[in-house]
Ligand binder design. Structure first.
Ligand code: NDP
Length: 278
């Protein structure tokens, strides 16, 4: 069976709309999100437009601050800091990647943890590692939400995450661990990948290679979460091969699985940041 990320994301947006309205009634202003976009990377432009549209749908005020490609590190950090001090904004995010001459780490360090709705700050990542309450990166949070809404038991189950990026694989492994799964994280140097994947009750692919997870890597009846988004001549595809998908009891399609959840979780983090900081 396919996990309908689009439908889940739509129902989350409805819930958030009601919360955003309650916030506005209580505080006399809308929940606000500032998005910083440096340069004109076409993929980033698309992501930012999606975020603007999603904010408008749930009644979050959003402003995209477009900065020139050649901006200096100092000027960028000054701008980010001024946005974080602006009381209209409960969340501030910097669309990545930044142009090569800019240091993403220093830029992100300008965002206080309480407004870090992407969940990338050292403080939020540290809290996540310790299992403390914090703003969690959107894609991993979206995956956990899908598992929970589809009633997938994580306690005591064997979870294998293929991919160890700071934005997806690592935080997701921590969340699965906190949800009492027994977690293995695999990467490009992992040996016996096939055997490890075959043990998974919950198999997550966050690699970025089309058809990377083949049928012989999937246990019959496993829950498969395909985070991958790969642009091919045939359109958008995930990391999981079609034949592998047939062995899964539940699987996220690409598109329409994890993707819509990422934006929904950004909205959730923004509303949560507003409620907490009010
Ligand atoms: P990264 O490129 O940062 O990480 C990829 C990971 O895959 C790395 O940890 C890498 O290992 C591992 N890997 C690469 N080759 C192999 C291999 N042969 N065997 C095992 N592991 C391997 O990607 P991201 O985590 O940022 O993204 C992963 C995918 O998810 C991409 O397709 C991306 O587009 C998609 N994505 C989707 C989102 C959504 O909303 N649905 C959001 C974010 C990402 P190593 O560390 O050793 O190099």
């Amino acid at each position: 069976m396919k996990i309908d990320g689009k439908a889940v994301a739509a129902s989350i947006r409805e819930e958030l709309k009601a919360r955003a309205e309650r916030f506005e009634q209580a505080h006399g202003r809308k929940v606000g999100l500032a998005v910083v976009l440096v340069g004109c990377d076409p993929a980033s432009e698309v992501y930012v437009r999606n975020k603007e549209r999603a904010c408008a749908q749930v009644g979050i005020f959003s402003e995209t601050v477009r900065l020139p490609e050649e901006i200096s590190e100092e000027a960028l950090e000054e701008k980010i800091s001024s946005l974080t001090e602006d009381s209209r904004f409960d969340g501030v995010l910097v669309q990545l990647p930044l142009p090569a001459h800019l240091d993403a780490r220093s830029a992100l360090a300008c965002i206080p943890a309480s407004k870090d709705v992407d969940g990338f700050s050292a403080e939020n990542v540290g809290k996540l590692a310790k299992g403390e309450d914090c703003l969690v990166a959107c894609t991993p949070r979206g995956v956990m939400e899908l598992l929970s809404r589809y009633g997938v038991e994580t306690r005591g189950r064997r979870a294998v995450v293929v991919g160890r990026s700071n934005t997806v694989g690592k935080p997701l492994a921590l969340l699965l661990l906190h949800a009492d799964a027994t977690v293995t994280v695999c990467h490009s140097k992992t040996q016996n990948l096939k055997e490890i994947c075959k043990e998974a009750d919950i198999l997550v692919a966050a690699v970025g290679k089309p058809a990377f997870i083949t049928a012989d890597m999937v246990k019959e009846g496993a829950v498969v979460i395909d985070v991958g988004i790969n642009r091919t001549e045939g359109g958008l595809v995930g990391d999981v091969d079609c034949a592998a998908a047939e062995k899964a009891s539940l699987i996220t399609p690409v598109p329409g699985g994890v993707g819509p959840m990422t934006v929904a979780m950004l909205l959730a983090n923004t509303v949560e940041a507003a409620e907490r900081n009010a």
